[in-house]
Structure formats: structure tokens, C-alpha cells
Design a protein around this ligand. Structure first.
Ligand code: SF4
Length: 287
């Protein structure tokens, strides 16, 4: 199911996501490390943590309404960094501030599975009793060896532990996977989707690995190139992943590219998002 359709049904009209930057770090960066592929500047948020959350949301609403004057419902997306990586009182203030803007129907919170605990989930569960709350856990790979080799700093077991805390609390749970990481096969990605189905996720974001210049993984690729999926290999794999998930799971993203083209090292095809989605749909029809 497309997430846009889900939101439309739930809120009775078109609902637009507005990305904000709360200026939060993540356990990796706080420890002076980082996932090998990560460059927060390449995320798509056209926002700045120098503005308050309310200012960012208001600016986002104005931006959206210039293009889509009929847009009335907004979901505030805490995107860069790990947006549960702060004391509970600070998190509460950030989320509540987002909800003060007229038309905001909920929050989506991007984070890592090792960055929640019972207290933070209790905060989200309380919020979820009066608004829509989505948490997005970056799992990325179903192989601990791949996660370790790329400096992710959490395990698949951490994800399962986060799911145990979060399930059945009224919180909508989304998982992120990256297809094409060195160390993973395409069959591993299909296995990851089956694993997420068993974990009973509500939504999914699938990203093709895209190498952002000056990241550790891009530097490694330049020194010692590793295979990246072709567009068709990627599209066929995503089609198989989606087939492994129940129809009720919302598809929230099926391809990705950095914010600016000059940030991209490879693969070039990820820049052609519409073509990628078309190929995925063609493979879905065939399967
Ligand atoms: S991908 Fe996320 S967890 Fe990894 S270093 Fe970047 S912000 Fe931190």
C-alpha cells in the first residue's frame, strides 16, 4: 500500500511530510564515528537546525502551500541524525513544538534501534494516544557482519529488542533497509524483508545504496571498487522484497539519491527516480 494513500484515508485528504532538523546527533557521531555511507548534508531536508522546530514547520507549510494551495494536513518528519538521542524532556519539548502548528496531524521520528528505551517509548506511546506517531528504525541490513563492517554500531538483535518495546503501543513502526551494501547479497535483502514481515512492521523504506562523495564508503569504492546493483537488479530485488511483505505494509520510499547531483559518486541511475519506480512496478507485475 502506498503511504500517500494510507495518509489520505487516515486524515481525509492529502497529507504532506515536512522535514525538520532538530540538530540532534547520533550515538555514532557522538563517539566520533559514523556509518560508512553517511553524510547528513546529503539528506533531502531543506531546513536548518538554527531555526526552531516551529519556524521550520511554518516555513515548510508555506513552501508546500505555494505549490499545492489545497494542502491542509502535515506530518512533521524529524529526519537528520537520531531523533530519540536526547533526554526525554528535551524530546518531549521538540515533538510538542511540532504539534503546535495548525494542520500538523502527527510526527515521524527517524532514529536507530539502539537509541530507544522504555522511557522514550512511553513518551511516544502517550503522544500516540492523541496524534499520529511514526517511528522509523534504521536497520539497513539483516546481517550483523555487514552492520559491523560498515561501522553501524548496532545489531539485528538491537532491532528486535526495539520492536519488542515498541509493538502494540499505538506507534506506527517503519524500518529502513539499504540494498547493495558490500557484504550483502541481493538475496539477503529479500531475506531482510521476510524478517521485517515476521517482526510485524507497519511500513518500509527501501534505499538503494548511493555513494556520496567524501564518505568512507565512497573513498573505499574509489580505492577498491565493489559491485553495485544495476538498475534492473535493484528493481527486481525490490519487487521480490515487496512480495515478501504483507499488503498492509505501507511503502514509504523505494529509491533514494542525495540532495544534490554533484554529491553523488555512484550509481548514476539512482538520479532517475521515476525510471527506477517504473522498473520496480514492471517487475512487480511480472512476478
Ligand atoms: S547514518 Fe544515522 S546513525 Fe549512521 S552516522 Fe549517519 S546519522 Fe548516525
Amino acid at each position: 500500500m502506498r503511504f500517500t494513500d494510507f495518509l489520505c484515508q487516515k486524515f481525509g485528504g492529502k497529507t504532506v511530510k515536512i522535514a525538520v532538523d532538530a540538530g540532534l546527533s547520533c550515538p555514532n557521531r557522538a563517539a566520533g564515528r559514523g556509518c560508512a555511507w553517511c553524510d547528513n548534508d546529503a539528506f533531502s531536508a531543506a531546513v536548518s537546525p538554527r531555526q526552531s522546530i516551529r519556524e521550520q514547520v511554518l516555513a515548510g507549510v508555506a513552501r508546500v502551500q505555494r505549490r499545492q494551495p489545497a494542502a491542509r494536513n502535515f506530518l512533521v518528519y524529524f529526519q537528520p541524525g537520531s531523533n530519540t538521542f536526547a533526554p526525554v524532556e528535551k524530546l518531549r519539548a521538540l515533538y510538542e513544538e511540532a504539534l503546535t502548528v495548525d494542520g500538523v496531524v502527527g510526527v515521524a521520528i527517524g532514529t536507530r534501534p539502539d537509541c530507544v528505551d522504555a522511557e522514550k517509548i512511553a513518551l511516544l506511546a502517550a503522544l500516540a494516544r492523541r496524534t499520529f506517531v511514526q517511528i522509523e528504525y534504521g536497520l539497513q541490513s539483516v546481517n550483523d557482519a555487514t552492520l559491523a563492517a560498515l561501522g553501524r554500531g548496532h545489531t539485528v538483535g538491537d532491532f528486535s529488542a526495539a520492536m519488542r518495546l515498541t509493538r502494540a503501543r499505538g506507534i506506527y513502526i517503519v524500518a529502513h533497509l539499504i540494498v547493495g551494501l558490500p557484504g550483502d547479497t541481493l538475496a539477503d535483502s529479500v531475506r531482510a524483508a521476510a524478517f521485517l514481515a515476521a517482526e510485524k512492521i507497519d511500513g518500509i523504506k527501501i534505499h538503494n545504496l548511493h555513494l556520496v562523495k567524501n564518505t568512507a564508503l565512497a573513498e573505499r569504492f574509489l580505492r577498491d571498487p565493489f559491485p553495485l546493483p544495476t538498475l534492473d537488479e535493484y528493481a527486481a530485488t525490490v519487487a521480490r522484497m515487496l512480495a515478501a511483505l504483507p499488503d498492509t505494509v505501507t511503502e514509504q520510499r523505494l529509491c533514494a539519491a542525495p540532495r544534490r547531483r554533484d554529491q553523488l559518486l555512484a550509481p548514476d541511475w539512482c538520479w532517475r527516480g521515476e525510471e527506477v519506480l517504473r522498473r520496480i512496478n514492471q517487475f512487480r507485475v511480472q512476478s
